[in-house]
Design a binder for this molecule. Structure first.
Ligand code: G1P
Length: 289
């Protein structure tokens, strides 16, 4: 079945990026000249997604304003001859059909995904975590969707991380099927070195069977006392087919300062408007270090 819908959980408090995120949602922080969430939505649209549900909370209304029309601003830009910019501003609002639901209490990623049940209905759907920004030739979500369509299964996007890093992610027990595709038998959240299944971590992209909703309904709180999506995925993998794809591309965790700065530099270097200038600026700085 075609994957047409995506869910973006964006109800976190952004505590790793304070004080900037005290009043600005972390998803709205600018990466070069666009808010972080726009990169996520662009990846979803480029992967063939038509309808997107953003799971928000009471402090995130700047996000729904951003994807709305802004007639006063557009009129002002048009009347001052800035048609291009008016087109850019309008284009943001026309990118996709975006829906919103609020997670009324912060009870974890699994609980946030559970809020999407009515929106998703009975079809496979994608999940894109708002902090994980990808730079790739082929959109990372598209890579997962192709595997999901071929194997008629759920799929998680994975990459190998260091021993130190795996304890901050979910680790995956899996066996190779072909090329970059694996079959998953188990996953666990924030494992210790003794508990980890491998150094392959799930990094923010999923295609899931709607069976996950029944599973999340009875998933007990796990790590941090929160309902963990990973605990639901473990049951999904044990009771049905789940594949993993070791995706091609670089992933940035923009939810912390280091990842955010790395993404800012790499995306600005890639952008034809800022790249040549920034490259020269960095070379000059490097001489002084
Ligand atoms: C979340 C997930 C975790 C995943 C990680 C990176 O963790 O719970 O399984 O590996 O994102 O995508 P968080 O970054 O919210 O601690």
């Amino acid at each position: 079945m075609k994957v047409r819908k995506a869910v973006i959980p964006a109800a976190g408090l952004g505590t790793r990026m304070l004080p900037a995120t005290k009043t600005v949602p972390k998803e709205m922080l600018p990466l070069v000249d666009k808010p972080v969430i726009q990169y996520i939505i662009e990846e979803a649209v480029a992967s063939g997604i038509e309808d997107i549900l953003v799971v928000t909370n009471r402090a995130k209304s700047a996000m729904d304003d951003y994807f709305d029309y802004y007639p006063e601003l557009e009129d002002r830009l048009l009347s001052s001859g800035k048609e291009d910019l008016a087109g850019v501003v309008r284009g943001v609002a026309d990118m996709a059909n975006i829906f919103y639901v609020r997670q009324k209490a912060t009870q974890g990623l699994g609980h946030a995904i559970g809020r999407a049940r009515r929106f998703v209905g009975d079809e496979p759907f994608a999940v894109l975590l708002g902090d994980d920004i990808m730079m790739s030739e082929k959109p990372v979500l598209r890579q997962l969707i192709e595997v999901s369509e071929k194997y008629k299964s759920s799929v998680v996007g994975v990459q190998q991380v260091s021993d130190e890093a795996i304890t901050s992610y979910s680790s995956v027990r899996m066996t190779n099927v072909e090329g970059r595709v694996y079959e998953v038998s188990d996953v666990n959240e924030k494992p210790t070195q003794e508990e980890k299944f491998s150094n392959f971590a799930i990094l923010g992209r999923y295609v899931l069977s709607p069976r996950i909703f029944d599973i999340l309904d009875h998933t007990a709180p796990g790590h941090n006392g929160e309902i963990q999506l990973t605990d639901g995925l473990a049951e999904l993998a044990r009771t049905g087919r789940m594949m993993a794809v070791d995706f091609e591309g670089r992933r940035y965790d923009t939810g912390n300062l280091k990842g955010f700065l790395e993404a800012t530099i790499d995306f600005a270097l890639k952008d034809p408007q800022t790249g040549p200038w920034l490259g020269g600026f960095i070379k000059d700085k490097a001489k002084l270090l």
